[in-house]
Design a protein around this ligand. Structure first.
Ligand code: ITT
Length: 189
């Protein structure tokens, strides 16, 4: 029987990626999308944000099906981890051009960047969230390239191509989200 699981996010791109991955990896899971903007606490660790968000849903939303959400961020060591927990705000405010400007004088290894996703799964509202973490190491491109993906994808380069230059399937194979979500799929199947 097909398992139904609800993905709570306001970001339709995340849903598209995760549905694509579920189709490629397993036919037995149906991802329902709940577009709900839960209050996101400004905490330093992605794990804490995902876990606190899941607890908020458990307490306030009366979910009757298993659900998950995820928190993601991009971390640049040469900028002391910025934008990290502020990724959504930074993308909305200074965007990719702003990040490229901050990185203008950075060369070689200084351009390293990591994407991280923490998925929080609650099998029921009574159960504590289970976390699945995925990361990917890449670098900040010199200029934005590519039309696909979303957010920081045009400036995040992995083995020569930016995430925005990859198809959803190619990105899922190596991305933070793909890695975290594959762990969730293994857990539930
Ligand atoms: P929800 O919290 O509703 O899921 P959101 O878009 O606010 O949606 P996050 O806080 O997890 O999601 O993401 C922070 C930002 O990081 C997001 O706005 C994107 O700009 C960026 N981001 C996350 N995942 C990304 C990815 O795979 N590629 C490029 N940018 C990404």
């Amino acid at each position: 029987m097909r398992k139904e699981i609800v993905f709570i996010t306001t970001n339709a791109h995340k849903v598209e990626e995760i549905r694509d991955l579920a189709d490629v990896e397993s036919k037995d899971i149906a991802i329902e999308h709940l577009d709900y903007d839960y209050p996101e606490l400004q905490l330093d660790e992605t794990e804490e944000v995902a876990s606190a968000s899941a607890d908020y849903i458990r307490e306030n939303k009366g979910m009757t099906k298993p659900f998950f959400l995820e928190d993601s961020g991009m971390f640049i060591p040469a900028l002391n981890g910025f934008p990290g927990p502020f990724s959504a705000f930074v993308f909305r405010s200074i965007g990719n051009d702003g990040i490229l400007k901050l990185m203008a004088n950075k060369k070689g290894a200084e351009r390293r960047a990591t994407f991280k996703t923490v998925v929080a799964l609650c099998e029921s509202s009574e159960k504590e969230p289970i976390l699945f973490v995925g990361t990917v190491e890449g670098k900040i491109a010199d200029v934005g390239r590519g039309e696909g993906g979303f957010g920081f994808d045009p400036i995040f380069e992995y083995e020569g191509a930016t995430f925005a230059e990859m198809s959803t399937e190619e990105k899922n194979k190596v991305s933070h989200r793909g890695r975290a979500f594959r762990k969730l799929l293994n857990y539930i199947s």
